[in-house]
Design a protein around this ligand. Structure first.
Ligand SMILES: NC(=O)c1ccc[n+]([C@@H]2O[C@H](COP(=O)([O-])OP(=O)(O)OC[C@H]3O[C@@H](n4cnc5c(N)ncnc54)[C@H](OP(=O)(O)O)[C@@H]3O)[C@@H](O)[C@H]2O)c1
Length: 225
């Protein structure tokens, strides 16, 4: 994200402002995952997903008996996508996670290797049940690459364990430019709390690694009630 906390500019253009090191860092995280989950807004913005291309990362996955690429899962309520997007020609396993009503249009086609329908609770995706479904499909480690709406849903269900941020040296501004967490927001007193696990400066960027704190006993003193 930009130094002022935006993950894209006001036109919601694909965020290509990170350095080569940031891309390598992202690829390294993705290489540790069994699957990568992203929102339909992110896919529509980029038209592609990030594949592992680094030979060392590919070798490590092969040594671990993992397929070369994790499963790339796009989450969409509407199921509306342009079938001409380059994503549909990328050599990665592609899954769609969608509502029952939207699943039909993709179930017969070649675009997705698997179409999962998500369980709903009060008209919204039941994330806890969805992750149980992922686990049953062999997905133990899931990397979420954005955007803000998807992350907000998972955070609200308290299903995010760790977060990485890369702070990039630019200021994007704009009240409507997306940030890492969208949704309705939290009051400060109720906000999910994080513990900083590491921070590293590389060139002009800062790499931050946080863990989600879940109970008062996990909280550093300054955050404890
Ligand atoms: N800088 C970065 O690292 C980074 C990373 C990722 C994204 N981005 C930027 O973020 C922007 C996109 O973020 P965004 O918040 O607009 O979109 P998003 O979270 O990627 O996608 C939102 C869409 O995903 C589906 N979705 C999300 N949560 C859902 C839920 N709980 N249940 C069912 N469907 C759900 C819906 O799809 P339908 O509309 O199909 O129903 C929704 O409209 C783009 O500008 C992109 O460039 C930046």
């Amino acid at each position: 994200m930009s130094a002022d906390g935006k993950i894209a500019d006001v036109k919601r253009s694909p965020a290509r402002f990170g350095s080569a090191q940031d891309k390598q860092h992202l690829e390294t995280q993705i290489a540790q995952a069994d699957a990568v989950l992203f929102g339909a807004g992110t896919l529509r913005a980029y038209g592609t997903t990030l594949r592992i291309t680094d030979p060392l990362l590919l070798q490590t996955r092969a040594r671990q008996g993992k397929p070369a690429q994790p499963i790339h899962i796009v989450c969409s309520r509407s199921g509306q996508f342009d079938r001409q997007m380059p994503f549909f020609r990328q050599p990665v396993p592609r899954w769609l996670l969608t509502a029952l009503m939207a699943a039909n249009q993709w179930q017969q086609g070649q675009e997705f290797d698997q179409v999962l329908t998500y369980p709903e609770q009060a008209g919204a995706i039941d994330w806890a049940a969805t992750l149980v479904q992922f686990k049953a499909e062999g997905i133990d480690r899931l990397a979420v690459t954005g955007g803000g709406e998807l992350v907000a849903g998972l955070l609200a269900a308290d299903l995010i364990d760790e977060i990485w941020f890369t702070i990039c040296p630019l200021l994007l501004g704009g009240a409507t430019a997306p940030t890492p967490v969208a949704g309705h927001g939290s009051l400060a007193a109720m906000a999910p709390r994080l513990e900083l696990l590491s921070s590293e400066v590389k060139g002009q960027e800062v790499f931050l690694h946080y863990r989600r704190l879940r109970s008062a006993s996990q909280a550093p003193e300054s955050l404890a009630p």
